[in-house]
Every structure is written in structure tokens, then in C-alpha cells.
Design a protein around this ligand. Structure first.
Ligand code: 3PG
Length: 391
């Protein structure tokens, strides 16, 4: 059983560490409108603690920085959070050090401080015990409300429960409750759609979902990588080089696994320069795959129509460029029109569906991308195990 935030007891004047997932898109130094959903999702937990008079220390990450890189600063997230959560909120420009301790000691009851990106310290992803212990020293108790990062065995996710009494926040609890029901009673035919970046998280899931689903539709970096691993030309497209040999070994053949049969290509990733459709294998040396092609759209639409349940993470093209979003839009409309259950999740996809006014057509929107997929594939998430197994 997950220890619920409701059982945290009297936290008036106590320092509560709250891990959240604020990994949201940043454009021109701001969280763009429509991309603040992961912030809104944790407000119930933050409100509950603030109203109970706790001193709240918010821990989060952004992107995958290598060291202290201000392009990945959480400051824009702080500015956005300040607008939508009207609390006494401060920002700490570091994660460790005397200035952080001072900021925490200055908190009033009900006040909060957001610490800078935890991933500025490599110890976070390395799950370094000393780092977790240093973080734990800031608080009296820990709340994990970062469902979307709970598939990572990182210091702030699995290390903190070793040092502090720990609870599941309201968002984490809700995600686990809803997705447990989906996992226990999947509707068949079940169709899985996977696109976007982060092929590393998704590759193993293709295999895990093969027996559990009736159709798998692939786009994005994962599809590029699998095509490339099969020896097909992908030009300058984004491929996860580290996965190629694993993908070759997997060599999955299944008539319900669908890779694109044609793709849209461009010579530029930022604008439609030389926008063309190519059959698979005919991508030119100087071309990038930026979307699925029309035959693939028709194939994907057909498979989606047959589904009674759809699970979707990751858009199928580079949706940030309007000319490259056609495939994702066709698929999004087919999903929206499906009479089956539609479970979608993850960063860019939620922003995209929000922009296209299709988000309300989904049955359940999870804040988790990889976390949602791993959980639905039947894996135990390290962050959940850490909460359940604390002594
Ligand atoms: C996500 O956006 O899915 C989570 O924040 C995890 O991010 P990561 O894949 O960089 O660990």
C-alpha cells in the first residue's frame, strides 16, 4: 500500500520535501501557454501542505543537462508556478550549499521554495546516497508527487525514502489508482502508439507490449532507430546510436508491429525546406525524417479505428513546426474520434493535444510519459517500490 499524504499527520511548522515533475517545455526562457499542465497537477498537494502550515521545499528536474547548464534552469518554471499557485514562493539558485539552507530557514509556515534543477548534480541520476542524505537534511518528511519521474531510480526518487518518513502525494496516488485499473482490465483490441524522442525508454517497451497488445504504431526517434537498424536509409534523421545494436539483436517481427511505410522529409529541422514524401528506404543523404507520410497515416488510422483501448505517448513528427505536424494531427483526430478508451501521456504530446483543442476528447491524461508506459507494461516503478518498502 502506498502511504497516503492524508496520513502525514500534523505538519505545522515542519519542513516537507516534495519531489515533483516539472519537466516541461521551455521556449525563449518561458514555459509556453498550454505547457503548464504538470505544474497545475501538483497544486492540490502543495495547497494541502501550505494550508496545513508546512514549510515546503520543492525538488524537481528539467531536461537532461550535463552539469550546471543554465539553459536547463528551473527559474522559468518558478515564474510560471508563482502565477498559478498564489503562495509565498521563492527560488533557490542552487541545490546544495549555505544559501539554500538560509532560504529554507527563512521560510514561514505555508511558504515554499523551489530548488534549482537537481540534475545539475550528476549524483542525482547516479542515485548517490550521500547526495540523497544531503537533500534529506533539509526536511523532516518527504512527499513524492512525481509520478512522471518515478520510473527513474534517482537519488531524489528512491534515495530520500531511505532517510525520511515518506508519503505519496495526491497526483501520484491518483495516477497509480487510475492506471492500475487500466492495467488490470485492458480492453482489446489494444493499440499502442509510441513516438517522440527518448527511444531509450521506449525500445524495451515495444517488446514488452507485443503480447499484451493488438497493434503497435511507431514514429519518431524510435521508428528512425529501428529502420536504421534494419539497414534502411534514414539520411540525417535523429537516431539513437546507442540503441542500434540492441535493436538489431531484437529484430522483432510481428504483423501487428507497424513502422512507417512512408515518411515526410525536409532538409531542415526548423522549416519546410525541400518538404517531400519518400517511401521507406528512399530518404536522401541530406534529408531528415520529420513526419510520417500519407500511406502511414492511412494505415495508422485504420488500426486506430479497430481499437477499444488506445495508449499513446510521443508525437509522430516534429510538431513544433506547423508544416511537420500533419501526421500527428491525423492520428490525434482518429484517436479523438475513437469510441474506445484513450489513455495518453507525456510531455510534448499533452502540449500538442492542448494546442489542437483535442485534449478534452481523451479518457485519461497522465502526466507520465515513460513512467505511464512502464507502469502499463506491468513494470514496478522504483519510486513506488521505495515508498512501499520504507522501514
Ligand atoms: C519525463 O518527462 O518523462 C520525466 O520527467 C522523465 O524524464 P527523463 O526521461 O529525462 O528521465
Amino acid at each position: 500500500m502506498l502511504p497516503s499524504l492524508k496520513s502525514i499527520g500534523d505538519v505545522k511548522g515542519k519542513k516537507v520535501l516534495v519531489r515533483v515533475d516539472f519537466n516541461v517545455p521551455i521556449k525563449e526562457g518561458e514555459v509556453p501557454a498550454g505547457s503548464e499542465w504538470r505544474l497545475r497537477a501538483v497544486v492540490p498537494t502543495l495547497d494541502y501542505l501550505a494550508q496545513a502550515g508546512a514549510k515546503i521545499i520543492i525538488l524537481a528536474h528539467l531536461g537532461r543537462p550535463r552539469g550546471h547548464d543554465l539553459h536547463y534552469s528551473l527559474y522559468p518554471v518558478f515564474e510560471k508556478l508563482k502565477k498559478l499557485w498564489l503562495a509565498d514562493l521563492f527560488f533557490s539558485h542552487d541545490v546544495l550549499g549555505a544559501a539554500v539552507e538560509r532560504a529554507i530557514n527563512n521560510l514561514k509556515n505555508g511558504g515554499a521554495v523551489l530548488l534549482e534543477n537537481l540534475r545539475f548534480y550528476k549524483e542525482e541520476e547516479a542515485n548517490d546516497e550521500t547526495f540523497a542524505q544531503s537533500l534529506s537534511a533539509y526536511g523532516d518528511v518527504f512527499v513524492n508527487d512525481a509520478f512522471a519521474a518515478s520510473h527513474r531510480a534517482h537519488a531524489s526518487i528512491v534515495g530520500l525514502p531511505k532517510f525520511l518518513k515518506s508519503y505519496a502525494g495526491f497526483l501520484l496516488e491518483k495516477e497509480i489508482a487510475v492506471l492500475s485499473m487500466v492495467r488490470a482490465q485492458p480492453r482489446r483490441p489494444l493499440v499502442l502508439i509510441m513516438g517522440g524522442a527518448k527511444a531509450d525508454t521506449k525500445l524495451k517497451l515495444v517488446k514488452e507490449f507485443l503480447d499484451k497488445s493488438d497493434g503497435i504504431l511507431l514514429g519518431g526517434v524510435l521508428a528512425n532507430t529501428l529502420l536504421y537498424a534494419r539497414g534502411l536509409a534514414v539520411g540525417k534523421s535523429m537516431v539513437d546510436e546507442n540503441l542500434v545494436s540492441e535493436a538489431r539483436k531484437m529484430d522483432i517481427v510481428s504483423n501487428h508491429l507497424h513502422l512507417p511505410v512512408d515518411v515526410a522529409v525536409s532538409r531542415s529541422l526548423n522549416r519546410p525546406d525541400g518538404l517531400n514524401v519518400r517511401p521507406i528506404g528512399r530518404v536522401g543523404e541530406n534529408e531528415f525524417i520529420i513526419d510520417i507520410g500519407p500511406d502511414t497515416m492511412a494505415l495508422f488510422e485504420k488500426v486506430i479505428k479497430s481499437a477499444r483501448m488506445i495508449i499513446w505517448n510521443g508525437s509522430l513528427g516534429l510538431t513544433e513546426v506547423p508544416a511537420f505536424k500533419k501526421g500527428s494531427l491525423v492520428v490525434a483526430k482518429a484517436v479523438a474520434e475513437s469510441r474506445g478508451e484513450k489513455i495518453i501521456g507525456g510531455g510534448d504530446l499533452i502540449s500538442f493535444l492542448t494546442e489542437e483543442n483535442l485534449i478534452d476528447k481523451m479518457t485519461y491524461v497522465s502526466t507520465g510519459g515513460g513512467a505511464m508506459l512502464e507502469f502499463l507494461a506491468g513494470e514496478e516503478l522504483p519510486g513506488i517500490i521505495a515508498l512501499e518498502n520504507q522501514s
